[in-house]
Design a protein around this ligand. Structure first.
Ligand code: DQA
Length: 150
């Protein structure tokens, strides 16, 4: 299987930004660990990050040519990007499921973070588990892909 590990805005600053909320792990650490876990589980993980909505939409569309699933931390776009939601819905309809990840527990934070407009078109959402959330999400999306193939 091939999985796109995708990160949205400001997540390139992980490890520098607001460590009390997001920890000291860098984006590169997360990408390396997730890629290594993927290899253990027989999956190829390709990694991408962008701060811009349009680029993220293009990356979601790019999964149509050979990816089996997406693990996506949309950052704040999760709270209001209907365009990203539509992109995820489109590829889900083409058989590319997505698991949404938030490092922090968005429900324990400001009210505007309690809503995710992207989560309803995802297979599921993982929030508040820190870096470990990526392992949960990767295992879950691979489980779904294997079920669909069976
Ligand atoms: C985040 C939560 C979002 O609310 C926030 O805008 C982020 C990070 C998380 O991983 O906890 O940028 O997606």
């Amino acid at each position: 299987a091939r999985i796109l590990l995708l990160h949205g805005p400001n997540l390139n600053l992980l490890g520098e930004r607001d460590r009390a909320t997001y920890g000291s792990t860098t984006l590169r650490d997360i990408e390396e660990r997730t890629t290594a876990l993927g290899a253990e589980l027989g999956a190829e993980v390709r990694c991408a990050q962008s701060n811009s909505e349009g680029a993220l939409i293009d990356l979601v569309h790019s999964t149509r040519t050979g990816d089996d699933g997406i693990v996506f931390n949309p950052g704040a776009y999760a709270h209001y990007s209907y365009a990203l939601r539509d992109a995820l819905e489109a590829v889900a309809g083409l058989g590319v499921p997505c698991v949404e990840v938030h490092i922090s527990n968005v429900h324990a934070r400001e009210t505007f973070r309690h809503t995710s407009v992207t989560a309803p078109v995802c297979q599921g959402m993982v929030s508040g588990h820190g870096d470990f959330g990526y392992e949960l999400a990767l295992r879950s999306v691979l489980h779904r892909v294997a079920e669909w193939r069976a």
